[in-house]
Design a protein around this ligand. Structure first.
Ligand code: DAU
Length: 268
């Protein structure tokens, strides 16, 4: 039995308007399946779950319940137990930290948690490696996943000191980039997380920021990280969703993927 997972699927999905006017962002397709299945399948195959709590919110929160119910209709990766899905409701779009708090009752204050953003696509091999490190440390502190991205200014970016220690995460940096490593939306926390997230104040944009939570762990010297070796993407933008779809097609059907590339090259 793996750790419990908390998948965050609230928010308004404004970067994918007008599609998100009528559809929950996390149900938009990444090639042939809904976006949210990417992170759920990744977690299940990495050995997390099968208990999954999904935080829903926004105008179309009910769509996720209608599609997945108790989890029976989720595809089960080979060798994985059947997922058991329950839900928490986030009333406002007040940030990732606030979404975590909505799921807290389900976990209880003494429980560690593995959090995944519902629009992220990652490779199970990276998550497995990070999970092994987290477990080796007795599931204490927090464990982050860093990767290089072509769009660092839209993400959290890591800052290191000259000895290559992680000293801070800067959310959506405006000026000079602190490093070329961005923070992905997969986070592993010890049971202290609930006390810490409860104490956070809203940021200037009115959100309880996961970056503030992570910086608290970093400041206390309790954060470790895995550098991802395989592709990762935030599929919550038009570009990201397209990239995730292409990668999915490449993995599912390499021949069809090559055909698509030929069609795109516009040469006969
Ligand atoms: O994707 C990784 C990035 O995710 C990190 O690099 C950033 O540090 C982190 O802040 C976050 O940034 P985004 O701008 O991508 O977060 P976004 O507002 O798009 O929210 C991502 C997911 O979190 C979304 O799919 C659903 C969930 N969410 C978000 C908000 C604001 C909620 O469940 N409730 C919310 O109120």
């Amino acid at each position: 039995m793996g750790e419990k997972a908390l998948i965050l699927a609230g928010g308004l999905g404004t970067r994918l308007l007008p599609l998100t006017k009528v559809t929950n962002k996390h149900l938009l397709p990444v090639f042939e399946r809904p976006m949210i299945e990417g992170i759920i399948t990744c977690f299940l195959t990495a050995g997390i779950g099968p208990e999954i709590r999904i935080v829903v919110g926004g105008p179309h929160f009910d769509q996720l319940l209608r599609v997945y119910g108790d989890g029976s209709d989720l595809p089960v990766p080979p060798g994985c137990p059947k997922p058991r899905v329950t839900y928490s409701f986030q009333k406002d779009e007040d940030g990732i930290g606030a979404a975590m708090l909505c799921g807290m009752d389900h976990f209880g204050e003494g429980s560690p948690v593995i959090v995944g953003l519902g629009d992220n696509e990652a490779d199970k091999r990276d998550v497995k490696r990070g999970l092994a490190t987290f477990r080796l440390r007795g599931s204490t502190g927090c464990h982050l996943f860093l990767t290089k991205s072509l769009h660092p200014r839209e993400l959290g970016v890591a800052r290191f000191d000259k000895n290559k220690n992680l000293v801070e995460i800067v959310e959506k940096p405006k000026g000079r980039l602190p490093s070329s490593f961005t923070v992905s939306g997969i986070y592993m926390y010890d049971a202290e997380v609930w006390n810490r997230v409860k104490r956070l104040k809203k940021s200037g944009r009115g959100e309880i920021e996961i970056t503030d939570l992570n910086n608290e762990y970093i400041k206390r010297g309790e954060a470790t990280y895995t550098i991802m070796r395989y592709p990762w993407v935030d599929a919550g933008t038009a570009y990201g969703r397209e990239l995730a779809s292409m990668r999915r097609l490449r993995a599912l059907d390499p021949k069809l993927y090559r055909q698509l590339l030929r069609e795109l090259s516009e040469t006969k």
